[in-house]
Design a protein around this ligand. Structure first.
Ligand code: PLP
Length: 406
């Protein structure tokens, strides 16, 4: 019965163009990889525009060396959760360094590291969103924030994407003593950015706290890669910032930076912190090297390269859209490494992704429920490890398809 039930639903997903497919990479995370579609076919060379390794650090030799050194020093695993015996000096040093970075945006910031961003977001929403709180969520927030809000005991209000007048109306009539505004800083499927200055002004006016998910800003934005708050030049105790360490930082994990009392509360009560094994200390060790790379000349150079690729891709895509309006493609308004080419229909987005695939390009079609119905798209992500030629290759491939389709 269960198997029949699930099989039927899987068929329905396929029919709606929603069946997801997994590929297997035989080589390290990089723009050019050997990839196989399933275990029976040999891997083939592909040029990818889909990872979140925005600075190209995931396979950086210095980082790999640091990981090896960390493993030699601290072993392969942590052996227990942080509160039992899994917390090591590598974790502590990583938290200290991140706290040092974040104090320029959050006075007296303390930091707690988590195994993943997903778990960090669940921790925030469930530990802070008790029955005395209301959480206000942007409708395009990441799935982990949505799931956190579902698990929280708090009342939940959702506001249309970046629609701060609606948010203000909701804040105005809020009767609970604690108010938490929750938003992505850079939205993962669109690449657009929340107006942090305006959100802070609202938080101050209505005595609310701001939970910011900087998964796509940390490492990439701000002069030294310290993230969206550094880029915005804002500083407030009201900020509670979650950053991930598996995207631009090139390793794995996440952290929360906030007022020390908030951090202590998370440490004591957040179930996704307390009841899970600490990440291997070798990862924490490698991450300190990653942070040094991000903040140093190397990171600076990579952020400049990334911005050049973004400008090149956007101007090329805009020319393409102008030349082939009948293709019906729309380029989302984004200044970040995430560049959405919105196609609309699920089947068409999938067909575009498949057609690019035949030309050796790996760019996934993103469909509902990840994005709203009718906005299926190619989610193109750029990395500092792409070259200008790589970007040109993608533009040429898209050009071929646009010509075929119009
Ligand atoms: C990737 C992502 C997460 C989850 O982080 P993981 O470390 O991959 O679990 C959370 N929020 C946003 C906006 C993300 O893009």
């Amino acid at each position: 019965m269960l198997i029949d039930h699930l099989s039927q639903q899987l068929l329905e997903r396929s029919a709606a163009g929603l069946r997801r497919r997994r590929r297997t990479a035989a080589t390290a995370c990089a723009p050019r990889q050997q990839v196989s579609d399933d275990n029976s076919t040999p891997p083939r060379a592909m040029l990818g525009f889909c990872s979140n390794d925005y600075l190209g650090l995931a396979s950086h030799p210095t980082l790999i060396e640091a990981l090896v050194e960390g493993a030699h020093r601290y072993g392969a695993g942590s052996g227990a959760s942080h509160l039992i015996s899994g917390h090591g000096e590598a974790h502590a040093a990583l938290e200290d360094l991140l706290a040092h970075w974040m104090t320029s945006s959050i006075p007296h910031a303390r930091v707690l590291t988590f195994s993943t961003g997903y778990m960090a977001n669940l921790a925030l929403l469930t530990a802070l969103g008790d029955s005395s709180a209301t959480v206000f969520c942007d409708k395009l927030n990441h799935a982990s924030l949505i799931d956190g809000a579902l698990l929280a005991k708090a009342q939940v209000r959702r506001y249309p994407h970046c629609h701060l007048t609606t948010l203000e109306r909701q804040l105005k009539v809020c009767a609970t003593p604690i108010r938490l505004i929750v938003t992505d800083t850079v939205f993962g499927m669109d690449g657009d950015q929340a107006d942090l200055a305006a959100l802070l002004a609202l938080a101050e006016r209505y005595d609310a706290w701001l939970i910011l998910d900087d998964a796509h800003g940390f490492g990439v934005l701000g002069q030294h890669g310290h993230g969206s708050l550094a880029q915005a030049g804002l500083r407030s105790e009201r900020f509670i910032l979650m950053g991930t360490l598996g995207k631009a930082a090139g390793v794995s994990g996440a952290f929360i930076a906030a007022h020390p009392v908030i951090i202590e509360w998370l440490l004591q009560t957040a179930r996704t912190y307390v009841f899970t094994t600490a990440v291997p200390p070798a990862l924490a060790h490698a991450l300190r090297t990653s942070l040094q790379l991000i903040a140093g000349d190397e990171g600076m150079r990579r952020r400049v390269l990334l911005r050049q690729h973004i400008a090149q891709l956007r101007s090329g895509l805009q020319d393409l859209i102008d030349a082939y309006p009948a293709a019906g493609w729309v380029l989302g308004a984004s200044d970040t490494a995430i560049q959405p080419l919105i196609v609309g229909d699920n089947a068409r987005a999938l067909a575009l992704s498949d057609r690019l695939d035949t030309q050796g390009m790996w760019i996934p079609a993103i469909r509902p429920p990840t994005v709203p119905t009718g906005t299926a798209r190619l989610r193109i992500t750029l990395s500092a490890s792409h070259t200008a030629d790589d970007v040109q290759c993608l533009l040429a491939a898209l050009h071929t398809v646009a010509k075929e389709w119009t």
